[in-house]
Design a protein around this ligand. Structure first.
Ligand code: ATP
Ligand code: MG
Length: 577
């Protein structure tokens, strides 16, 4: 199988790739490039993680290197096997292969413990009995230095003894910690004697009750990197201030492999939150149906929505990597899936809000099969037959009794084309006596226009999609909108929190849609373009042969293309290039 690991063609360079090229040139890593993707299994992966996955696996592949998948499972309280499994599935689905290099930080617990003992022995770590609150108070602030803990000067022997007893479960949760002895006056708060081990009497999903002390991220991460002989530890910007600590541990322990930490800006996406904590909250509060709700920016949500791995990799490539935080327009992500599905999705006709149309001059007992093109972008995808008969459905929106200016679709007395079929003219409008709602149109068709072209060169201004009432299949279609109403829902001003910006109309379910019969038995997760409406995907959870359910992946309107065009015009107008 060709995986994305092989797709190394023409990825534009960036500052991280430049650093690696330079390190290779100066032979810093003896020709090796080893990266890792280190998720904490405390939630499902989201689109931000996809950026990191593409970067780490991509860079390794481009340089003939390798990329490990490592679970950073050092916090047993928030971590679950379900998350581990979903993460593996998502990375594989994105197209990446970690081969036999699936690792867990918990595999290194014994080794990490020994490293900690080594720090204690060299007088670089001590057991501290201050409470979490006291530690915080002693730490000082950005403008004030911290205060030494009264336990800082414990002897090596006492520290060794206490640390061992911490391990053997003698002390209560939170009663003691092991701290690095660095500098309580450091300008960098991370260097003010950070905690490296804490007591947590909790069951771990892999090590069970073997451990009751767990290493902190900063300690476990650099050492796990070193154990795996990572060359470049690529992480997000918030770890920039942790880099001195990353290096301190490795230096103090004389690690023979000292990876280079490189930070990049995390992905933020408009109208979206990309924090596992916030996504978990949406799931727990029932604002969405689960981590894989098609509105979620999780990889499982995007997959269920109809996104392809190719489109997400393309997106990751197009946003690039930078050293400065920004918000990427979600329209770019949508542009990428549109571009991909335009090339590969079969076109079909489906009517979301049906309006009955009777072709008065078409024989009642007749049905003919008209030829329709499966994908104009790809003639190789061939054609299919679509049944046409006397009673059809068209889209309610495609008819107006009193058409406003510039409305060129169907109206009384007006002729339009039915795609792949005939020209029809609307003669009569039937309304509900009580409500006045239009319930049916009577039209005539011109038999000379079969296939949708008039031999006399007559022109019509609109082409409508349609289905034959008797032959169509009923379907449910779920129309999605952004989960949030605000460009940056994480910008929680004026005491509001991101919940306040939830879009109450992010899901509209249409229950009486009609789709052409070629969709009978459509496979779960298969993707189609409903002509004129957008791209849709068969829901992999709720759809069945008896009851088809589609998710709208994305509309056809490409706002990103517009943005790009406008930028281009501006650039040309500026005279710059
Ligand atoms: P969250 O804030 O959602 O909990 P996290 O950083 O805690 O994210 P991890 O599981 O620790 O999640 O992340 C695994 C890797 O993915 C890390 O290297 C992290 O830097 C990277 N990552 C997480 N979120 C993003 C993002 N929005 N953009 C780019 N990379 C990200
Ligand atoms: Mg994290």
């Amino acid at each position: 199988m060709k995986t994305a690991n092989d797709t190394t063609s023409a990825i534009p360079s960036d500052f991280i790739r430049n650093i690696i090229a330079e390190d290779l040139k100066t032979n810093k890593t003896r020709g090796r490039v080893v990266t890792r993707f280190p998720p904490e299994p405390n939630g499902y992966l989201h689109i931000g993680h996809a950026k990191s996955i593409c970067l780490n696996f991509g860079i390794a592949a481009e340089n003939g290197g390798i990329c490990n998948l490592r679970f950073d499972d050092t916090n047993p309280i928030k971590e679950e096997v379900e998350y581990v499994e979903s993460i593996k599935e998502d990375v594989r689905w994105l197209g990446f292969d970690w081969g036999d290099r699936l690792f867990y930080a918990s595999d290194y617990f014994e080794q990490l413990y020994q490293y900690a003992v080594q720090l204690v022995k060299s007088g670089k770590a001590y057991v501290c009995d201050l409470s979490a609150d006291e530690i915080r108070r002693y730490r000082g602030t950005l403008t004030e230095p911290g205060k030494d803990s009264p336990y800082r000067s414990r002897s090596v022997e006492e520290n060794l003894d206490l640390f061992e007893r911490m391990r053997s479960g003698e002390f209560e949760d939170g009663s003691r910690v092991l701290r690095a002895k660095i500098d309580m006056a450091s300008g960098n708060l991370n260097m003010r004697d950070p905690v490296i081990y804490r007591i947590l009497l909790a069951e771990h999903h892999r090590t069970g009750d073997k451990w009751c002390i767990y290493p902190m991220y900063d300690f476990a991460h650099c050492l796990s990197d070193s154990i795996e002989r990572i060359t470049h530890s690529i992480c997000t910007l918030e770890f920039e201030d942790h880099r001195p600590l990353y290096d301190w541990f490795l230096d103090e322990l004389n690690a023979d492999c000292h990876p280079r930490q490189v930070e990049f800006a995390r992905l933020n996406l408009s109208y979206t939150v990309t924090s596992k904590r916030k996504l978990a909250h949406l799931v727990e509060q029932g604002h969405v149906t689960g981590w894989d709700d098609p509105r979620m920016p999780t990889l499982s949500g995007l997959r269920r929505r109809g996104y392809t791995p190719e489109s997400i990799r393309k997106f990751a490539e197009r946003i690039g990597v930078a050293k400065k935080d920004s918000i990427v327009d979600i329209a770019l992500l949508e542009h990428c899936i549109r571009e991909d599905l335009n090339e590969r999705a079969t076109r079909v006709m489906g009517v979301l809000r049906p309006l009955r149309v009777v072709i008065d001059n078409y024989p009642e007992d007749r049905m003919e099969e008209l030829e329709a093109i499966n994908n104009p972008e790809d003639p190789g995808m061939g054609t299919r037959k679509v049944p046409f008969s006397r009673v059809l459905y068209i889209e309610r929106d495609d008819f107006r009794e009193e058409p406003p200016k510039k409305f060129f679709r169907l109206a009384p007395g007006r002729e339009v084309r039915l795609r792949y079929a005939y020209f029809i003219t609307c003669l009569e409008v039937v309304k509900d006596q009580q409500t006045g709602e239009v319930v049916e149109l009577h039209c005539t068709y011109d038999p000379e226009t079969r296939g949708g072209w008039s031999p006399d060169g007559r022109k019509v201004k609109a082409t409508l999609h349609w289905v034959s009432a008797a032959h169509s299949l009923k379907a449910e279609v779920r129309m999605y909108d952004h989960l949030f109403t605000k460009t940056n829902p994480s910008d929680e001003k004026d005491g509001a929190d991101f919940n306040a910006y939830l879009n109450q109309n992010s899901l509209e379910t249409l229950n009486s849609c009609c789709v052409e019969p070629s969709l009978a038995g459509a496979a779960p997760a298969s993707r189609y373009q409903f002509e004129r409406l957008g791209y849709f995907c068969v829901d992999s959870v709720d759809s069945s042969d008896e009851a088809l359910v589609f998710n709208r992946t994305v509309t056809l309107r490409d706002t990103w293309a517009k943005i790009e065009k406008a930028q281009m015009r501006r650039t040309i107008a500026d005279g710059s290039s």
